[in-house]
Design a binder for this molecule. Sequence first.
Ligand SMILES: *[C@@H]1O[C@H](CO)[C@@H](O)[C@H](O)[C@H]1NC(C)=O
Ligand SMILES: *[C@@H]1O[C@H](CO)[C@@H](O)[C@H](O)[C@H]1NC(C)=O
Length: 394
Amino acid sequence: MTKPAITFPLLFTLLTFIDVSSTASNVFNVVSFGAKPDGVTDSTAAFLKAWQRACGSASSATVVVPNGTFLLKVITFGGPCKSKITFQVTGTVVAPEDYRTFGNSGYWILFNKVNRFSLVGGTFDARANGFWSCRKSGQNCPPGVRSISFNSAKDVIISGVKSMNSQVSHMTLNGCTNVVVRNVKLVAPGNSPNTDGFHVQLSTGVTFTGSTVQTGDDCVAIGPGTRNFLITKLACGPGHGVSIGSLAKELNEDGVENVTVSSSVFTGSQNGVRIKSWARPSTGFVRNVFFQDLVMKNVENPIIIDQNYCPTHEGCPNEYSGVKISQVTYKNIQGTSATQEAMKLVCSKSSPCTGITLQDIKLIYNKGTPATSLCFNAVGKSLGVIQPTSCLNR
Ligand SMILES: *[C@@H]1O[C@H](CO)[C@@H](O)[C@H](O)[C@H]1NC(C)=O
Ligand SMILES: *[C@@H]1O[C@H](CO)[C@@H](O)[C@H](O)[C@H]1NC(C)=O
């Protein structure tokens, strides 16, 4: 008997087959690891197994969360992984309804030290009703958890994700580099306490675009150490607007630099664009900020700088904010203010705001009297039509 020689076409077919099968083996469906799409079975261990396989894969891998509802408890997806990972969700992921199961973890779903990572699609419902009730009733409640957190992540894309009913923030970046967030929807009732939308700190090179945030606290909160952050095509409201701060919480604090908010609409929100710092000494700063092409619809404080923040009256009465604010431009901001004082630039007495530019501002107060502006320690220039009249010092 002679062995038949392997012909070239057959060898080609075999190689193609091997190639296809190795691609398929890089898809890790959580259901194959025991996750149940019934909304009640705890799928945490199954998600972790799927993640570990994907994360250890020598070539790019995909974790798939298919249709159905999956119950997930506190979970950390740890990196760095060997290859590029896509986490693709078409189903819904829900948190336990009993908020006490979270303890003091601070997060629900944490991606730690991932790089070259994409989170695509899916609905994440933290079901925080019970937690909000606890807070509203003034009981002693746990601190609450952020829904989707990224710590020390690099080269990340988050796309088409919906987060609902967070306990505190919907989505947070801490210590991250080069992150694009697009087409996400972060939703909680307007009266839900402290439910921030997107929270960024100690991070560089973040883009947040084409997203909708309707929540009970800041639509976007920008903390110390944020650099090169672009927010564009945001629909915000209800919520507390885009807020740089609160800063000066600590004496030694990193600054905020090169932040742009453009082509966005604020509807019925408490603030439009805000810079906020405690009236306390601090090494922090805010510089090179551009707010441009913004529409305000019935917003309480469309333009606001507040450096006298002192909610608890601890360590701040009779102090001035050490946070130095400079080179902030407000350009082409139009629409309606829900309060008469449409523009409020209240800066620190010890470190006044400098290099403020107002250009083409038209904010209308619709209750019979014209809108007004208020400035303290704010220095800069105005260009074009400014309504209400500029109150900057030259
Ligand atoms: C998953 O759900 C979506 C939306 O309901 C539907 O369009 C899609 O066909 C479903 N996919 C599968 C594989 O059932
Ligand atoms: C400022 O941030 C933008 C992203 O919004 C970036 O493209 C630009 O390079 C940054 N500028 C500087 C001077 O770093």
